[in-house]
Structures are given as structure tokens and as C-alpha cells.
Design a protein around this ligand. Structure first.
Ligand SMILES: [Zn+2]
Length: 57
């Protein structure tokens, strides 16, 4: 499983995401970036920030 904590890159955000693989996490973080952090849809530009912080759990 792969896991990502948004607080690792955005202090104060408590959102966490878990999925079977990295792609599954990115699907969720893209949506979260748009809905919670004002990113422009579809939020794919957040990938470069998220990827280094995805952990294997
Ligand atoms: Zn967040």
C-alpha cells in the first residue's frame, strides 16, 4: 500500500490518503488539491510535489 499525508507539504492540513499503488494516491491528491487548496483542475501539477512524499505502508 502507498500512503501520503498532505501535512508533509502543506503545514496544517490533516488530510491523508492511502491506496494500493502510487497512481491510486495521486487520483485522490489531485482532487484534494483542487477542492481544498485551490489548485486548477485537474490538479495534476500537484503530482511533482506529492510524489517525493508518498510512503510505502
Ligand atoms: Zn491538503
Amino acid at each position: 500500500m502507498k500512503s501520503f499525508a498532505c501535512g508533509d507539504i502543506i503545514p496544517g492540513c490533516g488530510a491523508t490518503f492511502t491506496a494500493a499503488d502510487e497512481q491510486g494516491v495521486l487520483v485522490q491528491t489531485r482532487r484534494h488539491a483542487v477542492e481544498s487548496h485551490g489548485a486548477t483542475a485537474p490538479g495534476t501539477e500537484s503530482d511533482v510535489r506529492v510524489r517525493p512524499h508518498i510512503r510505502t505502508v
